[in-house]
Write a protein that binds this ligand. Structure first.
Ligand code: AKG
Ligand code: FE2
Length: 388
């Protein structure tokens, strides 16, 4: 298997991209910041989805890139979720990001968290804390999840004191995700549409105005009453609203995806893998080919219920001014057909869509849909569904 160092010597975009991967130069974290790492995997207790694994190092060789693009397209159309391995971060680099991810939750006092709380409803932006109990889940029960969201430009907002020494690392982490993971995946997705390979990269600029950001997320234990009232659902079934979500695999099983056959399957942990899925904006841009897959978070299986679940993500959105209309020039889409959720002249921009979804998520009055166990709301003329 090719190493990242070998990959870095490839020509064209790959050289630029991988050259920005951080050299490992930071000192060890103080002991108080090092996490206990849950080990158990609930084999046998739950049914795992059989998701494809994409070796991203193959994206950096012209010979293997074309074949990989087909694998990614098949993964997206058949499952909507896939793993990525060989993404350029070592296991210890990824583990360190998890240690840093815990800081805004465990090493910041509640009063300071309030100072850095996000203003989702007013601004339609998730930056800062999403504190506990903000989203309504079901039956009057609110969430027990805390998020801390950081724009890839970490200077855009202030951050809690305990996190400040780690901002350069977080900025490098964002850069790494953007250039070494997001852009290569976008090139593969564009090739899958038989479009010039930079078609999607061109609307995901690092320096452009957009909301692409790092998210740290911590799930806190819930009472038995909360578990019962929500039928163990921690985060309702939803689609992400951006283009691509990059999730760093972690050991506590709880994430489930809705399969095309209509059943929920669990996502299994693979050490140092990434879990990738498309969101609404990608579905709109790809004329329905790369579907935004519905997923949810539920109480972990019995053997992991005492473990803390910590999440690390890079949520990707196209540039704010991107109009979310399908790439009609795609020869592939011309052959297989385009599915539209709205007429092109009514299409929202990425900014309008993300603001519309963020402002109301978990706060709006959902209406029952014709399908059992599904509720819906209308955002910008588009029906958005939520699954129990
Ligand atoms: O925690 C997870 O595994 C998934 C969370 C999620 O789906 C989200 O934040 O959109
Ligand atoms: Fe999600």
């Amino acid at each position: 298997m090719r190493t990242v160092a070998e990959v870095g010597s490839q020509p064209t975009f790959t050289t630029i991209a991988r050259a920005s991967c951080p050299a490992w130069k930071y000192p060890k974290l103080p002991i108080m910041y090092q996490l206990a790492r849950p080990q158990q995997i609930s084999n046998g207790l739950v049914e795992y989805a059989d998701l494809p694994v994409i070796d991203l190092s193959k994206a950096f060789s012209p010979e293997s890139r074309a074949a990989l693009a087909i694998q990614v397209r098949d993964a997206m159309t058949e499952h909507g979720f896939f793993y990525v391995i060989n993404h350029g971060y070592t296991t210890s680099q990824s583990e360190r990001i998890f240690d840093i991810a815990d800081i805004p939750f465990e090493h910041v006092a509640p009063e300071e968290k309030q100072i850095y709380a996000g203003t989702m409803k007013d601004t339609g932006s998730y930056q800062g804390y999403k504190l506990r109990q903000y989203w309504h889940i079901d039956g009057g029960v609110h969430d027990q999840v805390e998020n801390y969201n950081i724009n890839r430009d970490t200077t855009k907002r202030g951050h809690p004191q305990a996190l400040r020494p780690f901002l350069p690392e977080i900025a490098e982490f964002a850069r790494h995700n953007h250039f070494n993971v997001l852009h290569p995946i976008l090139r593969l997705l564009a090739l899958g549409l038989e479009l010039p390979e930079d078609t999607l990269v061109d609307c995901h600029g690092y320096a452009a105005v957009s909301e692409t950001y790092v998210r740290f997320m911590k799930y806190y234990p819930r009472s038995e009453e909360e578990e019962a009232k929500t039928k163990n659902v921690w985060l309702k079934g939803h689609t992400d609203f951006g283009t691509i979500t990059i999730l760093y695999s972690q050991p506590v099983a709880a994430l489930q995806i809705l399969t095309p056959q209509g059943s929920w399957k669990w996502v299994k942990h693979i050490e140092n893998a990434l879990i990738i899925n498309a969101g609404d904006a990608m579905e709109f841009l790809s004329g329905g080919l790369y579907r935004a897959t519905i997923h949810r978070v539920v109480q972990p299986p019995e053997d992991q219920q005492q473990d803390t679940r910590l999440g690390v993500f890079y949520f990707c959105m196209s540039d704010d001014d991107t109009r979310l209309v399908p790439f009609v020039d795609s020869p592939l889409l011309q052959r297989v057909g385009i599915t539209r959720r709205f007429e092109d002249d009514a299409a929202p921009t990425m900014e309008q869509w993300r603001k519309g979804r963020t402002a109301v998520y978990g706060r709006s009055e959902l209406k029952p849909s014709s399908e059992e166990g599904v509720e819906e709301e209308v955002i910008g003329g588009v029906v958005v569904r939520h699954y129990n």
